[in-house]
Design a protein around this ligand. Structure first.
Ligand SMILES: C[S@@+](CC[C@H](N)C(=O)[O-])C[C@H]1O[C@@H](n2cnc3c(N)ncnc32)[C@H](O)[C@@H]1O
Length: 209
C-alpha cells in the first residue's frame, strides 16, 4: 500500500494547481499524485498557518517546515514574514514540488530531501509542522522530540493534530521534558506550541504551595 510519504517513482504524474489567498497576497502551488492533500490545502495546515500568524511572538529568524509536502506552510510563511525558511520531506515528489513552488512564487528557500533530521544540521527559532500521523506513534514522537532538540534557545515547535489522532496523549509525552500549550482548537484540530522549559516535579509543586 502506498502512503503519501512513500516514494513511488512509477506513480503517474498529473500536476494540478492550487491557488491560495491570504492577507492580500496570492500563492499558487503545483501539486501531484502521491503527495498529501493533493487537491486542496489541508484544513489543519491552513488553521496552523493562520493560528501561528495570529498568536506567535516569533516572526523572524530561521524557520523549518518539517514534512513540507508541496510547501504550503513554509512558503506561505516565507511570503508573509521576513524569515529564512528551510523545508524538508522524505517524499521525493513532495521535495520536487516544493522546489518548483518556491521558484514559481519567487521565494528564496532551502529545500532538502531528508528522513526526519538525517540531512538537517541547523537549529531553528521555529519548527512548524503538520506531522505525518500514518507513520505511527513511535516515528511521530521521534520527529517531534528531534524537532525540540533542533530549536535555538527560546525557539518553539508548532504543530497541528486532531483530537481523534491522540493529540492529548502525544502532548502528555512531550510534556515530560518540555512545556506545551494548546494555542487554539477548531473542528477537532488542535494547534500545539511546545518549547524548552523546566517542568516542576510533584514535590516541587507542593513546596511552592
Ligand atoms: C500531513 S503531511 C503535511 C504536508 C504539508 N506540510 C502540508 O501541510 O500540506 C506530512 C508530511 O510529512 C512527510 N513525512 C513523513 N515521514 C517523514 C519523515 N520521516 N521525515 C520527513 N518528512 C516526513 C510526508 O511525506 C508528508 O509530506
Amino acid at each position: 500500500m502506498n502512503h503519501y510519504f512513500t516514494n513511488n517513482e512509477n506513480l503517474k504524474s498529473e500536476i494540478r494547481y492550487i491557488n491560495y489567498n491570504i492577507e492580500n497576497v496570492s500563492l499558487t502551488f503545483a501539486s501531484d499524485n502521491g503527495v498529501f492533500s493533493k487537491n486542496e490545502i489541508d484544513y489543519g495546515s491552513d488553521f496552523l498557518v493562520k493560528t501561528f500568524l495570529k498568536n506567535s511572538h516569533i516572526k523572524k529568524g530561521n524557520f523549518l517546515d518539517l514534512g513540507c509536502g508541496y510547501g504550503f506552510i513554509g512558503l506561505t510563511l516565507k511570503k508573509l514574514l521576513n524569515i529564512n525558511i528551510t523545508l524538508s520531506d522524505v517524499n521525493k515528489r513532495a521535495v520536487h514540488l516544493a522546489k518548483m513552488n518556491s521558484k514559481s512564487n519567487n521565494l528564496e528557500s532551502n529545500i532538502y530531501l531528508s528522513d526526519g533530521f538525517a540531512n538537517i544540521n541547523d537549529t531553528f527559532d521555529v519548527i512548524i509542522t503538520n506531522p505525518p500521523i500514518r507513520v505511527g506513534k513511535e516515528i511521530l514522537l521521534k520527529l517531534l522530540n528531534e524537532s525540540l532538540t533542533h530549536l535555538k534557545d527560546n525557539g518553539e515547535l508548532w504543530f497541528v493534530m486532531r483530537k481523534d489522532q491522540g493529540v492529548k496523549s502525544i502532548m502528555n509525552i512531550l510534556e515530560e521534558k518540555h512545556k506545551c500549550d494548546i494555542v487554539d482548537k477548531s473542528k477537532g484540530f488542535y494547534i500545539i506550541k511546545c518549547y524548552q522549559g523546566y517542568k516542576l516535579t510533584e514535590s516541587e509543586k507542593y513546596a511552592i504551595i
